[in-house]
Write a protein that binds this ligand. Structure first.
Ligand code: NAD
Length: 297
């Protein structure tokens, strides 16, 4: 074991059931690191999210090396940091805070997590024209990642059209070479037939929000389908897409790679992504369905 132990935390509301502590600690153990990862649940601790600045101060004073930050603090934390990396600044959201000796730095590993997971699970898939369903935190990260990997035409739909419009404007400003626009939810019937792929970024399909986010009749074999929902991995959307013959990507790829990137930022050690992925899938209790998909692992 390393002589300098790591102390890391996950701060947010309802983080108790998170798989992230187990994922980080097992990988640290495999790398011979003495690494403790704790959850700090703001709800059960009775700490208002607006007090995230104090939480950072306490964590530094208590000897934490880093914190992962999640809902609802990803934006609130920014004003309490000394520096932001480019990705976090572009997204306006932070999910990893590293306590350096003289400064506190914020990163966002969600967008690179999706980008790496996409390359792993759908290698070579066409990304010229993509439809993004859901313009919340995950949708923003995925939108940035898609434009970073070369999407030329991105259309964003959300039940909240204003939210989709605001995200489209923000992404277009950051990526002036691409065509980024918002559209009405009911235009999916026009958009999906001419898209290379669709990424689903709403909570629909999670264990407590079961169902399909849109009519499965709109799926066709020429469309790849990515879901960011990862509990369960095999969502109703992905099951329907596989039945139609679409290539699919489950949300586990993004979840694992946001964790591999965070682990490397915290420790300086490149983790074994395949090992973390196997561990993640065993924790979720599911493995990818192999049919017409090209998913990794
Ligand atoms: P959010 O609440 O910030 O955003 C969700 C958006 O979806 C909202 O804008 C809402 O208006 C929209 N929406 C809801 N139902 C819709 C529907 N049927 N059609 C169109 N739009 C709809 O949520 P979020 O933080 O972006 O999280 C969304 C999902 O992504 C969750 O299931 C979360 O667990 C998952 N997620 C996965 C990863 C990963 O690593 N795989 C990372 C982050 C979030």
């Amino acid at each position: 074991m390393s002589s300098s132990p790591y102390l890391v935390g996950l701060v947010g509301q309802g983080v108790g059931p998170s798989l992230t502590p187990a994922l980080h600690m097992a990988e640290a153990r495999a790398n011979g690191l003495d690494y403790v990862y704790r959850t700090v649940d703001l709800t059960t601790s009775g700490i208002a999210p607006e007090r995230i600045g104090e939480v950072l101060e306490w964590a530094r004073a208590l000897g934490y090396n880093a914190l992962n930050v999640t809902h609802p603090c990803k934006r609130l934390v920014i004003e309490h940091l000394d520096a932001l990396d480019d990705g976090a600044a572009a997204l306006g959201a932070v999910n990893t805070v590293v306590f350096e000796p003289h400064r506190t730095v914020g990163y966002n590993t969600d967008a690179p997590g999706f980008g790496t997971g996409f390359g792993e699970g759908l290698p070579g898939a066409a990304t010229d024209s993509v439809t993004l369903v859901g313009a919340g935190g995950a949708g923003a990260a995925v939108g940035h990642a898609l434009l970073d990997i070369g999407t030329e035409h991105l259309v964003i739909v959300d039940l909240d059209v204003e939210r989709a419009t605001a995200l489209a404007r923000e992404l277009a400003n950051r990526h002036p070479g691409a065509r980024v626009e918002a559209s009405e939810f009911d235009k999916l019937s026009v958009l999906l037939p001419v898209s290379d792929g669709v990424v689903h970024c709403t909570p629909t399909g999670m264990a407590d929000h079961p169902g399909l986010p849109f009519d499965a009749g709109l799926l066709h074999p020429g469309l790849w389908v990515a879901d960011v929902v990862y509990r369960p991995l095999n969502t109703a959307l992905l099951t329907a897409a596989r039945e139609v013959g679409c290539q699919t990507l489950d949300g586990g790829h993004m979840a694992v790679h946001q964790a591999t990137t965070a682990f490397e930022l915290i420790t300086g050690i490149t983790p074994d992504a395949a090992r973390m992925s196997r561990h993640f899938r065993s924790l979720v209790g599911e493995f990818p369905t192999v049919s017409t998909t090209s998913e990794g692992n």
